[in-house]
Design a binder for this molecule. Structure first.
Ligand code: PLP
Length: 414
């Protein structure tokens, strides 16, 4: 077992039954013992609600949660911890931004997304754009290279909508959850800024923050959304980072509880960020586990993680390409590739591939991975997706390759 795998008890615990080959970290990551311990410690020694009680355990819980907010701010190089909003995940964070920004559309200006977005960075925008009457355009990607081309496609190929200056909101994925493409959003942000000072740039970082160093100042974006459960933390907790001057002008998504400054029977005023957006009781144990996850990631180092994953991407692609009839999608250059690799095997439905691999405890995902327009562009209804993490190694990939050979045998494919 590699040294990182040993930190994740699920691998030891499954060993006696059948070794667990977990290649589905893009869906959710496994949890290290340190995260599990932090959650158990909270429940066993200082379980209380936060920002309310004045007794010792409530103060300790509040302190721990606010410590995590500072840790997250440092982790992504935010200017201030008040720019860190706890949400339930990436999906909620993007919904919050979309609901609020689309309330004040700029005349004739629309929303620019890309063809490779996860539904969570697509459907909220489509919904609120429809409500506000805003046009939606898409940055195209090239099916062969898996990269954004810079071309803008829009409904009805309306020529006016292919000009970037017609968009005041731009929301893009940093890393594709299907192609593994690492988009050069910093370069893109610079181009937008050169064109239009007042555009707002939102980055869906669900698949990047867990796997590489992400610095919001370097990216040059205004908002960043990501989920804890994909980065070793418990589920139910995610982050919206935003620039303070914009955050404090946005309407909340949820109303009630502690997000108010003052309420009368006829009037209400809201707090500033982050309280403004954190209505109701937060998933406290999730936040505390998230803090332990950030400590764990920081101890290993994001550059070490990226290097480990890059080596493994190289090995995985090399081995997959030796299998005849197998097509991989996504960039050829490993520097532009994250640890998400999707493929299809001629003559076998992706679900059958995943099911047969699953019989050997090899966990991969099959389907459209919440990216139907992307698959339409590729011309396939579904793909098999392998996604890597620090606890994976060459042996896992060797098991995958043996499993794929077995799939071919079952379907009598040579
Ligand atoms: C790129 C991307 N964006 C958004 C999401 C949604 O994340 P969550 O389900 O944690 O809200 C995912 C999840 O797979 C994703 O991969």
């Amino acid at each position: 077992m590699n040294k990182y795998k040993k930190d994740f008890p699920i691998f030891q615990n499954r060993q006696a039954v059948m070794p667990l080959i977990y290649l589905d970290s893009a869906a959710t990551s496994q949890k290290p013992q340190v995260v599990i311990d932090a959650v158990v410690e909270y429940y066993q020694t200082y379980n209380a609600n936060i920002h309310r009680g004045v007794y010792a355990i409530a103060e300790k819980a509040t302190e721990k949660v606010e410590e995590v907010r500072k840790k997250v701010a440092k982790f992504i190089n935010a200017n201030d911890s008040s720019e860190i909003v706890f949400t339930h995940g990436t999906t909620e964070a993007i919904n919050l931004i979309a609901a609020s920004l689309c309330k004040r559309p700029r005349k004739g200006r629309g929303i620019l997304l890309s063809e490779m977005e996860h539904h969570s960075n697509l459907v909220p925008w489509q919904h609120y754009a429809r409500v506000a009457g805003m046009p939606v355009g898409y940055l195209a990607f090239d099916g062969k290279s898996g990269k954004l081309t810079g071309e803008i496609v829009s409904e009805g190929r309306n020529k006016k909508n292919t000009d970037i200056n017609n968009y005041s909101i731009i929301s893009l994925t940093h890393v594709s959850n299907v192609l593994g493409t690492v988009n050069d959003v910093a370069h893109f942000a610079k181009n937008i800024r050169d064109n239009e000072e007042t555009s707002v740039l939102i980055i869906d970082a669900a698949q990047s923050v867990p796997h590489m160093k992400v610095d919001v100042q370097d990216l040059g974006c205004d908002f960043l959304a990501f989920s804890g459960h994909k980065m070793f933390s418990p589920s139910g907790i995610g982050i919206l980072w935003g620039r303070k001057n914009i955050l404090n002008t946005l309407d909340p998504l949820l109303f009630g509880s502690q997000m108010i400054k003052e309420v009368t029977l006829h009037h209400v005023t809201y707090q500033d960020s982050p309280e403004r957006f954190e209505s109701g009781t937060l998933p406290i144990e999730g936040i505390i586990g998230f803090g332990a996850a950030i400590d764990y990631l920081s101890e290993i180092g994001m550059n070490t993680i990226r290097t480990h994953e890059k080596n493994l991407i190289g090995y995985t692609l090399e081995q997959l390409r030796k299998i005849s009839g197998l097509t991989t999608y996504g960039p050829k250059n490993i520097n532009e590739h994250s640890g998400v690799i999707s493929f299809n095997l001629d003559g076998v439905h992706p679900h059958d591939v995943a099911q047969i691999l699953g019989q050997s405890n090899i966990c991969v995902r099959a389907g459209h991975h919440c990216a139907m327009p992307l698959h339409k562009k590729l011309g396939v209804p579904a793909t098999v997706r392998v996604s890597l993490n620090i606890y994976n190694d060459d042996e896992d990939i060797d098991a995958l390759i043996r499993g794929l050979k077995e799939v071919k045998k079952v379907f009598s494919i040579h």
